[in-house]
Design a protein around this ligand. Structure first.
Ligand code: OFO
Length: 166
């Protein structure tokens, strides 16, 4: 059984992962509408990954004998300035998720819940990867710009980041 304060924060994280999934899905839709099919594919794949993050938490909570809650999620934005704005927002969002995960980890240590501490290490590693991924894309945009041919090339490159089977 999870301690009440930890359970509340884990359930909040379930909601946060669900929101992240919807945010990336909305971004994917915007990219598709701009003809940026590579970025659209990448973001929709990422949206599915966020759902997996949500389910992983959800199942863990229930496995402990506590109860996972499906919370309300606000609608994500649907309009963006340009592709750089989209990826700036994804990067900022990942930084926010990282700080939430770090808070959770800290709480598990305070509560001496080493099982949940261990479970959360997967998220710690995942956040490191995701921050690097989105920062890498932003760095490329900074170097080549997002106009004309550069935009076309970047979109194709981002699309190639999606694993083949997806
Ligand atoms: Fe993109 O991160 Fe979930 O956890």
């Amino acid at each position: 059984m999870l301690k009440e304060n930890l359970l509340k924060k884990l359930n909040d994280q379930v909601t946060a992962e669900h929101y992240a999934s919807n945010l990336y899905l909305a971004m994917s839709s915007w990219c598709q509408a701009q003809g940026l099919n590579g970025a659209a594919r990448f973001l929709s794949t990422h949206s599915k990954e966020e759902l997996e993050h949500m389910y992983k938490l959800f199942n863990y909570i229930n496995e402990t004998g506590s109860m996972a809650i499906v919370g309300a999620i606000e609608a994500p934005p649907s309009d963006f300035e340009d592709l750089k704005d989209v990826f700036e927002q994804t990067y900022q969002h990942e930084l926010l998720v990282t700080s939430r995960i770090n808070e959770l980890v800290e709480l598990t240590l305070n509560e001496k819940d080493y099982s949940t501490f261990n479970f959360l290490q997967w998220y710690v590693a995942e956040q490191h990867e995701e921050e690097a991924l989105f920062k890498g894309i932003l760095d490329r945009m900074e170097i080549v710009g997002i106009k004309g041919r550069s935009l076309f090339m970047l979109d194709q490159e981002i699309g190639r980041l999606v694993p083949v089977q997806q």
